[in-house]
Design a binder for this molecule. Structure first.
Ligand SMILES: [Zn+2]
Length: 241
């Protein structure tokens, strides 16, 4: 007499095998999404990063531009309107070097502490300061302290500005003076992964001192350096936004 149970075993085993294969392939895809990617053309490891340089222009801007030029790397400058008005030549030097420029407000206030009117004026003045100097309105608004306020949506819409994707931001907290030059270097390099926005402050001397080593370390990890415009398009496609 044959029992129906053994006959069912092969089917069960096939189902389990299929399930295991499914889990394995999903895990593999997830790992690939989080890690470095193969370049479709050359087969080399590629890690797309964008260097986000806050709070300029400053006394360090020209030195930083030289470092970036020597390394053949494009970065993104999040410029404060009142600093731009104080030194418009530096804004033009950044623009002429081919880096992306983002509106980082006019006076770098804390959005949550500002009235809606003051916040709106701060965004618009920062935008206008860049237009007056470069002849072009910036495309993106980079909020001070990465503090995205619910009121920004309406304000940015009125100014034809786009809020950046900041969810992939990493950094070494170089605004914190207790973070050493070596920590800025090591954390910036080690935290980066494909799609990272790496945050720096050009007002911190040690950040600019370490930038050649940071770029070298990132290149050793397979980094390619995107403008924010390029990264935005990449992250949107990747995150399905
Ligand atoms: Zn800032």
């Amino acid at each position: 007499m044959r029992l129906p149970v053994p006959a069912a075993f092969p089917t069960l085993l096939r189902l389990l095998a299929a399930l295991a294969l499914f889990i394995f392939s999903v895990a593999g895809e997830a790992a690939a999404d989080c890690g470095e990617h193969k370049d479709a053309e050359g087969g080399a490891e590629v890690m797309r990063v964008a260097l986000m340089i806050d709070d300029g222009p400053s006394a360090n801007t020209l030195r930083l531009l030289k470092v970036l030029a020597d390394a053949g790397v494009k970065a993104n400058f999040d410029l404060v309107g009142r600093n731009c008005e104080a030194d418009p030549e530096l804004v033009l030097a950044i623009r002429d070097a081919g880096h992306d420029i983002l509106n980082h407000s006019y006076a770098h206030g804390v959005p949550a502490n500002m009235s809606t009117e003051a916040l709106s004026e701060d965004v618009a003045k920062g935008r206008q300061a860049l237009k007056d100097i470069t002849g072009e309105f910036p495309r993106f608004y980079w909020p001070p302290y990465i503090a995205i306020d619910p009121r920004h949506a309406v304000i940015l819409d009125e100014c034809a500005l786009t809020m950046p994707i900041t969810s992939t931001l990493v950094g070494a907290s170089d605004y914190d003076m207790s973070v050493s030059a070596e920590q800025i270097r090591d954390l910036s390099i080690s935290k980066a992964q494909d799609g990272s926005l790496i945050l720096f402050h050009e007002t911190r001397d040690e950040t600019v001192d370490m930038m050649p080593a940071i770029i070298e370390g990132l290149k050793a990890r397979g980094a390619v350096f995107l403008t924010y415009s390029e990264m935005h398009a990449y992250l949107k496609a990747k995150q399905g936004k």
